[in-house]
Design a protein around this ligand. Structure first.
Ligand SMILES: NC(=O)c1ccc[n+]([C@@H]2O[C@H](COP(=O)([O-])OP(=O)(O)OC[C@H]3O[C@@H](n4cnc5c(N)ncnc54)[C@H](OP(=O)(O)O)[C@@H]3O)[C@@H](O)[C@H]2O)c1
Length: 113
């Protein structure tokens, strides 16, 4: 896994934490230009700081995959900056385990992801 620095553009959804964050950092460390998307401003800031400290070709984007407008804005931003998306890793997701009667979340908040 290696790309000539910044030549391949990768967009990863849900990249501010967990597996997505690990993949974003690994790919950036291997020369990919990474756009790491997520909802949390705080988590995006932390990842952005880490990427800056390591001088990685990684920038963060705001994207909520449940919001079409948010997805459109993020994708447009990547095209404006990089001209193309070579690899899309659609990683955003969540695990929510509860019986229906014990569930406090509306099912739509889980199923939309
Ligand atoms: N870990 C496992 O054992 C496992 C097993 C099977 C499948 N998976 C799948 O693998 C993926 C990653 O799992 P993980 O354990 O790394 O999850 P995680 O640590 O909870 O991270 C989930 C990521 O998704 C983002 N996210 C959640 N809802 C979102 C939304 N509506 N729009 C955009 N981003 C959203 C979160 O960032 P923000 O909060 O910043 O949006 C976060 O960066 C998920 O799809 C999960 O279902 C994981």
């Amino acid at each position: 896994m290696d790309a000539k620095r910044g030549t391949q553009t990768v967009l990863i959804t849900g990249a501010t934490d967990g597996l997505g964050k690990a993949a974003a950092l690994l790919l950036a460390e291997n020369g990919y230009r990474v756009f790491a998307a997520g909802r949390s401003t705080e988590k995006r800031a932390q990842l952005g700081t880490l990427a800056n400290e390591k001088r990685l070709p990684l920038e963060t984007l705001e994207m909520d995959v449940c919001d079409d407008g948010s997805v459109q804005r993020a994708v447009t931003s990547v095209y404006q900056k990089a001209g193309a998306i070579d690899v899309l890793i659609n990683n955003a997701g969540l695990a929510y385990v509860a019986t229906v009667e014990d569930s406090s979340k509306p099912i739509s908040s889980v199923s939309c992801v």
